[in-house]
Design a protein around this ligand. Structure first.
Ligand code: ADP
Ligand code: MG
Length: 291
């Protein structure tokens, strides 16, 4: 049976925007030693904006972005949505249709437009060497600014790249600082490349990061953390994060996250309010003393 102190802590949490799906999660939270965060949509706002477009010599911006638009509007990745929004504003933009669109999680999209095969996504997806050499290595310089670089390649090679920047949430920086000062180890998990991940991790002030982390690798990272720490949390918002949330001792979902993340998590932050994690830990520790 559930203890009055536990019930009281759960209702206290609910009043303060933190939903616990059971008393055991409060217990685990009170002993938390490490916590992993998804990047996009969790530490960042998840609303990236296009900042730069670089094309191969003689490529026509409207032609490239019209093809890219046709493909990306079939994807619901946050990067795709930002690229679609940007493309329609380019002078000469034309609405085209894409065939055989395939969304490849953690990598990008492939499709055909006007009989031409396209590949849109990260460097490793279109070819690491071509991507690094493209326009004198411009991608690396963009990544150092914390920008995510998406390449668009047709059958002749890379036609262009699109750089996007997402904003790190102010509350994320604050939450990480408080968690660290409580002796909790913090780490960011992202599918983004090494250079971009490093820049964002520094901006967020997080202890460590793992880049190029495919959805299934987030689970492996959680298992690794569990091998080093007794009690491990994970915070995420996406469908991609659900397996990692389930692997953590305490899975925490952003309230505005996807349904799957909300269902899988043990704790829900009702207003995406990351600093509430530290409050919830304090609450759980107080409850533990009483119990
Ligand atoms: P994150 O974990 O940072 O949210 P993902 O795992 O979803 O990132 O994707 C990893 C990388 O794959 C992205 O940074 C991007 O380069 C590429 N990518 C994935 N989906 C798309 C898409 N629809 N359009 C363009 N690039 C994509
Ligand atoms: Mg996310």
């Amino acid at each position: 049976s559930i203890m009055p102190a536990t019930l009281s802590a759960i209702s206290n949490g609910a009043r303060n925007g933190v939903l616990f799906k059971g008393g055991v999660h409060l217990e685990n939270l009170s002993h938390l030693q490490a916590i992993a965060f998804d990047k996009t949509g969790t530490l960042t706002k998840g609303k990236p904006e296009v900042t730069d477009v670089h094309l191969r010599e003689e490529a026509d911006e409207a032609a490239v972005l019209s093809a890219v638009h046709a493909i990306e509007r079939e994807s619901n990745h946050p990067l795709a949505q930002a690229i679609v929004q940007h493309s329609v504003g380019v002078s000469g933009f034309e609405k085209l249709a894409a065939d055989n669109v395939q969304d490849i999680a953690g990598n990008g999209v492939t499709a055909e437009v006007l009989g031409m095969k396209w590949k849109i996504g990260k460097a490793g997806f279109v070819g690491e060497e071509d991507a690094a050499a493209f326009n004198d290595g411009i991608a690396e310089r963009l990544a150092e600014q914390g920008k995510t670089v998406v390449f668009a390649a047709d059958e002749h090679g890379i036609a262009g790249l699109i750089a996007l920047k997402d904003t790190v949430r102010e509350e994320a920086k604050q939450a990480i600082q408080v968690l660290k000062s409580n002796g909790i180890y913090t780490v960011m998990l992202t599918g983004d490349n090494e250079t971009t991940a490093k820049a964002i991790a520094e901006e967020a002030g997080i202890d460590n990061y793992v880049a190029e982390c495919l959805p299934e690798e987030k689970v492996e990272q959680m298992k690794k953390l569990k091998a080093s720490f007794d009690n491990v949390g994970m915070v995420g918002d996406g469908i991609n994060d659900a397996p990692a949330l389930a692997t953590a001792n305490v899975g925490i979902a952003m309230g505005e996250g996807t349904d799957v993340a909300l269902e899988t998590a043990d704790v829900v932050l009702m207003k995406n309010d990351l600093p509430k994690i530290a409050n919830a830990i304090k609450l759980s520790q107080r409850m533990n003393k009483i119990v």
